[in-house]
Write a protein that binds this ligand. Sequence first.
Ligand code: NAD
Ligand code: TYD
Length: 367
Amino acid sequence: MSHAPRHLLVTGGAGFIGANFVAHWRTRHPESRIVVLDLLTYAGNRANLDGVPDIHFVRGDILDQPLVEQLLRDHALDGIVHFAAESHVDRSILGPDAFITTNVLGTHALLKAARAVWLSGSGVPHRFHHVSTDEVYGTLGPADPAFTETTPYAPNSPYSASKAASDHLVRAYAHTYGLETTTSNCSNNYGPFQFPEKLIPLFLINALEGRPLPIYGDGMQVRDWLHVADHCEGIARVLEAGRAGECYNIGGGAELPNIRVIDTLCALVDAAFAADPGLAARFPCAPAAAGRPSASLKTHVTDRPGHDRRYAINCDKAMAELGYRPLHDFGRGLAETIAWYLANEGWWRAVQDGSYRAWVDANYANR
Ligand code: NAD
Ligand code: TYD
């Protein structure tokens, strides 16, 4: 029987998925001790955890092995859920070094800390859960079967290569030292608290502010969209019932070309403005404020170098072993996500600081 951890160190818990997971786990396990370790990079925000009771927040680096060991010991934690990472493909293309440092060396520092605390002496029951991505499997042709847990790794971007390296280190620590690990490889997440550099929040905010929607290439790249709440449920099930040493794919069952996602988003924004006349006053630059379609902002720009054409996830294993099912229909989930961003304008304005503006200039200037 694999150990089901209760008291967790959550790395990257102030980021998009991490913050959603911390709230999910707190509701599911009110008695659990939760320590969040987050460096609060541009993507992390302490306020993402404001509504979650009884968490111990530490601003710190996963590369700080003595700190991680101290947190595991002082709080008697029996689980690590490892979200902390550099997570944006475009940033990895413009500046890969941070991805190697955080995703590869950072994951290794955490593994060393876990080994030192949990495997010394007679050992302590424990679980190290590593959150990874479907991008480690590379790209699919239109008729290829979806990725399974045994699909060979073929990462194409510096981001996915750094995640693949970290997955391999987790595997090696399980195989060589007997660390009890699980890994989940998920598809593209969407939902509340996603940093507005990623497709859905970026395009939504641009539509509200009347800026172009920069579609890379022909926009026919396919992603499998996973609502973050379904992802969190999947991770919780891996922690509670997953087998140590195993990997589980977690998908959303919503394989769509980008252009369909963008058209759906534009139609939902138009419908929101039609239903609520107050939005036109709040967002006067939006085409929808003047009754014009948001889709008029669509602009095809130079493609991302090395852009993966299609990802698709087969999550039969998680379904069969863990009873996992994605519950969010994409259209409804996207409408709810748009409603969240409209209700939380202060949040997305606050996270778009000077460094974010500099990033937008660097990434989109010459496309
Ligand atoms: P995110 O970029 O929103 O958040 C990352 C968090 O990690 C931030 O809070 C940041 O401050 C923190 N962090 C970065 N470097 C750190 C360090 N050295 N020490 C401590 N904290 C650090 O990322 P996300 O979208 O929430 O993704 C979480 C995890 O899920 C990542 O491992 C990512 O690779 C994986 N993933 C994400 C997606 C997706 O669609 N977002 C899909 C597949 C896999
Ligand atoms: P993204 O949200 O960056 O996730 P990932 O690259 O990890 O899949 O991008 C999702 C898709 O949207 C991807 O095919 C790239 C595309 N995209 C654009 O067309 N324009 C953009 O400005 C961004 C950020 C992404």
